[in-house]
Each structure stands twice: as C-alpha cells, then as structure tokens.
Design a protein around this ligand. Structure first.
Ligand code: NAG
Ligand code: NAG
Ligand code: NAG
Length: 282
C-alpha cells in the first residue's frame, strides 16, 4: 500500500468570527471530493448545536465546546478521512494541543488562516441570519483575544494565509496534506514571519479604504480631478471614471504583486497603490 493512503490529514481553519471560515471549509471539501477518493469531514461549531454568543460569553462553556471539538477531531482522525476543523481556533495553546494530537496520530496537518479586518468581519456579520450573528461585545472580545498564527511555530505550519478575494491554493494545500510536500514559498505565505501577516492585513485594509474613497469621490468628481485618499500624500488622478468591478480587479492585481514583493514600511502602501492606479489609468 502506498504510504500516503493510510494517513488522515487535518486542516485547522482559523480566523476572526465572520471571516469566511465556513465558506473556505466548504470549498476545500468540494475540492477533495472532486479530486481525491478521500471522504471529507467538517467538524465545526454548528454541529454542536450551540448558540455562539452564549458559548463565548462563558469561559467554562467555551472550554467545554473546545474540548468536544477536539474530541470529535480525534475520533474522526481514526478513519481514512480528511478532517477540517472549522472554528475560530484563536488560542495558540489550543492549536498546540491539536498539533500534539496529530503528531501522536502521525498525520500531516496545515493551517488555513482567513485574514480579514475587523470592519470586514463586522460587515459580514450584519448580512447574516440573526441567529448566526455575533453581538458586538462577544465579537470585540474575540478579536482582542485573537492570537494570530505564526508559521515559525511548528503547530502553525504549514500556514496558508488567505485574504478575502484570494482563491484557495488548492494544489499546495493538497500537496502539503497528502504528499507532505512543503508549499513553495511564493505560492503561499507559508514561511512568512508574523510581520508579514501584519503586512498582509494592512495591505488588505488600506487598499480597501483607498478603493472605497475613490468609488465615493467619483460620485461628485469629473475625470481629471485629483482625489485625496486616506494614508497617501499623493493624489489619485484618473483620466476616466472607473467602476467598482475594475477597481476591484486593480486592487487584486496590486495585492498579488505586493504579496510577492512585501515592503517593511506599511505606511507606504497607500502611496504605492495610488501610483499603481495612476499608472494603470494614464
Ligand atoms: C452583528 O449584527 C447585529 C445585527 O445587525 C448587531 O447587533 C451586532 O452589533 C453586530 N456585531 C458586529 C460585531 O458587527
Ligand atoms: C516563484 O519563484 C520562482 C523563483 O524565485 C520564480 O521563478 C517563479 O516564477 C515564482 N512563481 C510565481 C508564481 O511567482
Ligand atoms: C500620475 O501619472 C502621470 C502620468 O504618468 C504623472 O505625470 C503623475 O506625476 C502621476 N502622479 C502620481 C501621484 O503618481
């Protein structure tokens, strides 16, 4: 029997409340269904039938929920399935416990980190069904307590950091899990230190702010006007009106480029984005 047929990998998803974790878990499940023989099992908060605001308001209850999620993962790891743990997983110590579990089971694992700004998550929260929304207090507390994964820790590695508009790097994730092949560094943020996670976070947030500013400013300006945007000393000068779809496309391109060429000083992101837009439209 080929060695990799007997291992039962674990994907730990982590991220803020309302950061798209369940959607990513479903996408991965779909990918494994279509491309492998594996059964995929998602272990998540929803399966436990708990009311999230109640759980996170009570540290004892929260501990119990974490313990049952872990127990469920352990039970499933004994079968030939891919297990995806879809929960906030915001405690470093908890991710370490999961790592010990998979080490004991001698199975590979990886982390998929859904990186969003709190504004983004908050807006996704508002568009949810009322019974799936987080109260402001609980949300703020979880964001504040969140211990971002760091790929320098064995238990957080390999780490795939995913921004809102990214496609999941399915093949790299699959290789990391089924072939134990480390993802190529420029295809994922696998071996990027924490500063890079902050960089990605700032990149996502700042470019979104610039984009919204331009979108709004265009309602009252004419092509050729200069538009001031937050965080940038230079102004945007657009030769023509750009619609939201085009703006999003330019933002995605800029993000892809910047991910490959991260810079130390995040205060420069807004100016660089302005230059990029200016160049694209002159
Ligand atoms: C989530 O949405 C509900 C309903 O709109 C709101 O009361 C609550 O404050 C929101 N929480 C966050 C973090 O935005
Ligand atoms: C990854 O890096 C290698 C070597 O630095 C380069 O040749 C390759 O084009 C890069 N791949 C992507 C997707 O940028
Ligand atoms: C925008 O592009 C034009 C033409 O390339 C250039 O003259 C101008 O200095 C640029 N402005 C910024 C802010 O980059």
């Amino acid at each position: 029997m080929v060695a990799y047929l007997v291992i039962m990998p674990l994907v730990v998803i982590c991220g803020y409340p309302c950061s798209g974790k369940t959607k990513r878990a479903e996408e991965l499940k779909e990918y494994f269904h279509r491309n492998t023989e594996r059964k995929v099992y998602i272990v998540g908060d929803s399966a436990l039938g708990v009311e999230r605001n109640t759980v996170y308001a009570d540290s004892q209850k929260e501990k119990e929920v974490r313990a049952s999620l872990k127990a469920e993962v352990e039970r499933k790891l004994n079968k030939d399935d891919v297990v995806i743990l879809d929960s906030v997983n915001y405690i470093k110590g908890y991710r370490y416990e999961l790592f010990c579990l998979i080490k004991h089971a001698q199975t590979p694992h990886c982390l998929v980190y859904c990186l969003t700004s709190d504004e983004q998550s908050s807006s996704w929260n508002r568009s949810r069904n009322p019974d799936e929304q987080y109260s402001q207090d609980i949300f703020d507390a979880l964001v504040q307590r969140f211990e971002a994964p760091d790929s320098r820790n064995r238990w957080d590695s390999p780490l795939f950091t995913i921004l809102k508009d990214d496609n999941l790097p399915f093949e790299s994730i699959s290789d990391a899990l089924l072939k134990r092949r480390a993802p190529p560094p420029n295809q994922s943020t696998q071996s990027q230190p924490l500063t890079s996670v902050n960089f990605l976070y700032e990149l996502d947030k700042i470019t979104q702010e610039v984009l919204m500013e331009i979108f709004n400013a265009q309602k009252t300006s004419v092509p050729g006007d200069f538009i001031s945007v937050p965080g940038a000393t230079e102004k945007v000068e657009l030769a023509k009106r750009i619609n939201m779809a085009e703006l999003r496309k330019l933002r995605r391109q800029f993000i892809s480029y910047s991910k490959m060429h991260p810079i130390e000083n995040t205060a420069q992101i807004a100016n660089m984005f302005v230059q990029y837009l200016n160049k694209s439209y002159h």
